[in-house]
Design a protein around this ligand. Structure first.
Ligand code: G6P
Length: 591
């Protein structure tokens, strides 16, 4: 989603350095980007693009520098993605970048302030700027900002600059959508939606609380809280960021590969997880809440928790959460890799008392969700930049399995797939590339799996949709007669996941045979021992990848990795932008 990056310094900063930081916001998802600098006459000069940040680099000379830089990546919510609507917006001495949505835009537009005012863009951002501009006529800049935020409703964050005689100033405001204020080692002051973007030479940072305003000038920094009281900025967190190493030009691919190490060594996190879970009284019931991949991890967690800990568990998307249920002896587990997903954060914030016994599982310690939940477990797998969740999804599964074992007091029985098992999966990549070329020609795909493999089927279908734009559906293989079978024909291939669970293996194989008799295009993923027992006649009709036999809760991870590689190569063979699929965002800060 939209990203803010803005800097003020007493010295001039190189625009090319600034663009390196702005580029760090790309992974969040955006459709246009822009920045303003100050020219030699101390006037705003703006650059905009509907393409990548690298395109801005081409437009700006290598030597260009400025003491004030306001940058933005825009994910259109109010007005189409075009140059006119691209931020920053400028009126005379003021310029603004904004994330979020002004929810009362229509009502505010009727305000007399806007009588006879012609909007130049379709954005709600322009409305904020016009309000500040109007109030500046009879107020100081900072008071104009304060008056403006009293009028706007919704989840919003903005940075507005004012250039004056001998003084340049920035005012930043945030409500719900994240904004950080950072101080660099060289004294440069920065605002960013993402702490990662300002991590280079960062001395310390402050995560703005809701309704905070930070006002900076070349000399001073002031913080005002929601009661408009000036408060001391003392919560500056020391920075110890390291940029993750990228082993490939594609983040998603690199992150799929990161799992080789993450999974086999995840045991090192058990003690930390144990320290959190032991503080939680064993609940009578668990409700899990998540979106997208995090919801799918919740589906698998339900199976773990019900089997291992004997605790009835329900899984919800935040928008579907049912408040008629009571919260007695209940644990609420909120799963979100970013910890900033608006739907989840608004839910927990909407009824703090109800969700008081909450545990969040997040990959970002300093996020909105972590602040709202009583307990927190960090996934600890480093920043994930590909929009499609890969290493965060597998680590969610690992954490949730560990929790289910701790709650059952059976944590001696935790065996993670070894690096040789994981490496074996990656050794099938050539075969997977061949299969992805074949299946990339289709418009639809089914992914079927039973028990633990059903959530994996849903996750694989989501990955396929997100990055290869092929319509894919995940369904339980035991359910095919209740609907999916109507669609099976040679144009509708099926990816079929068979487990090695002795209670269900026969019915899984008979479902597979039912599929084989209806379509020619089947890709089977099954354990080695199961594949060996299949009739040669059956094997001759299908594509197969045999995964190593792995007899415990972690078995689904083996199917997952094959399917992540498959989705990646599907998208690659279609020459798509895998890291930043169209219309999707990594951090969904707007509901
Ligand atoms: C977006 C992404 C999905 C992701 C979901 C939840 O929709 O496109 O890939 O799974 O957000 O994100 P979260 O950060 O809450 O896990």
């Amino acid at each position: 989603m939209c990203g803010i990056y803005s800097s003020l310094s007493t010295n001039k900063m190189l625009c090319s350095d600034f663009l390196i930081s702005l580029k760090e916001l790309e992974y969040r998802g955006y459709d246009s980007a822009g920045l303003v600098t100050l020219d030699k006459n101390k006037k705003y000069k703006s650059y905009k693009t509907l393409s990548k940040i690298d395109d801005l680099k081409l437009k700006i000379s290598k030597e260009e520098s400025s003491s004030l830089l306001i940058g933005h990546t825009r994910w259109a919510t109010h007005g189409k993605p075009n140059i006119k609507n691209c931020h920053p917006h400028i009126i005379e001495n003021l310029s603004i970048v904004h994330n979020g949505v002004v929810e009362n835009y229509d009502d505010l537009k009727k305000n007399k302030i806007f009588k006879n005012v012609k909007f130049k863009t379709d954005t709600d951002t322009e409305m904020i700027l016009l309000l500040i501009y109007n109030y500046c006529k009879s107020n100081s800049f900072i008071n104009a900002v304060k008056k403006t935020i009293k009028l706007i409703k919704g989840s919003n964050a903005f940075v507005c600059s004012n250039i004056g005689k001998g003084i340049n100033e920035l005012a930043a405001y945030k409500n719900n959508t994240p904004l950080y204020f950072g101080i660099k080692n060289n004294g440069e002051k920065v605002f960013s939606s993402d702490v990662n973007a300002m991590s280079n030479s960062l001395k310390g940072y402050y995560y703005l609380d809701n309704n905070d305003i930070v006002h900076i000038t070349n000399k001073n920094t002031a913080l005002y809280n929601k009661k408009n009281k000036r408060i001391v900025l003392k919560k500056i967190v020391d920075s110890n960021f390291k940029r993750p190493k990228i082993v490939s030009s594609c983040y998603t691919y690199s992150e799929i590969k990161d799992q080789k190490k993450i999974i086999s060594t995840y045991g090192k996190n058990i003690q930390k997880i144990y320290n959190v879970v032991r503080k939680i009284k064993k609940p009578n019931e668990i409700n899990i809440i998540g979106c997208g991949s995090s919801y799918n991890a919740g589906l698998l967690a339900k199976a773990f928790l019900e089997k291992n800990s004997n605790i009835p568990t329900s899984v919800y998307r935040p928008s579907e959460f049912n408040f008629f249920l009571n919260n007695k002896n209940k644990l609420f587990i909120f799963i979100s890799q970013s910890g900033e997903t608006a739907d989840i954060c608004s839910l927990i914030e909407s009824k703090k008392e109800f969700f008081s016994n909450s545990l969040s599982i997040v990959n970002n310690d300093d996020s909105r969700l972590v602040r709202e939940s009583k307990y927190n477990i960090n996934l600890n797998v480093g920043l994930e930049r590909g929009v499609a969740a890969t290493k965060t999804f597998s680590s969610q599964i690992l954490v949730l399995n560990i929790i289910s074992k701790i709650l059952s007091k059976d944590n001696n029985n935790l065996v993670f797939p070894s690096s040789s098992v994981i490496n074996k999966l990656f050794s099938y990549e050539k075969e997977i590339i061949k299969l992805s070329k074949k299946y990339s020609k289709f418009k639809n795909l089914f992914v079927l799996g039973r028990n633990y493999n059903f959530p994996i089927a849903c996750e694989a279908a989501l990955k396929i949709k997100e990055i290869s734009y092929i319509h894919a559906e995940g369904a339980p293989s035991s359910e095919i007669k209740h609907g999916p079978i109507a669609l099976f024909d040679n144009k509708f291939p099926v990816i079929f996941l068979v487990s090695n669970k002795k209670e269900t293996i026969h019915s899984e194989i008979s479902s597979l045979n039912e599929v084989i008799s209806r379509t020619n295009n089947i890709f089977l993923i099954a354990p080695d021992t199961v594949v060996k027992k299949l009739e040669p006649k059956t094997l001759s009709k299908i594509d197969v990848i045999a995964v190593p036999d792995f007899q415990n809760d972690m078995a689904p991870i083996l199917y997952l990795i094959i399917l992540q590689l498959f989705s990646y190569h599907l998208a690659k063979s279609k020459k798509l932008n895998i890291d930043q699929p169209r219309n999707l965002a990594k951090v969904v800060t707007v509901e």
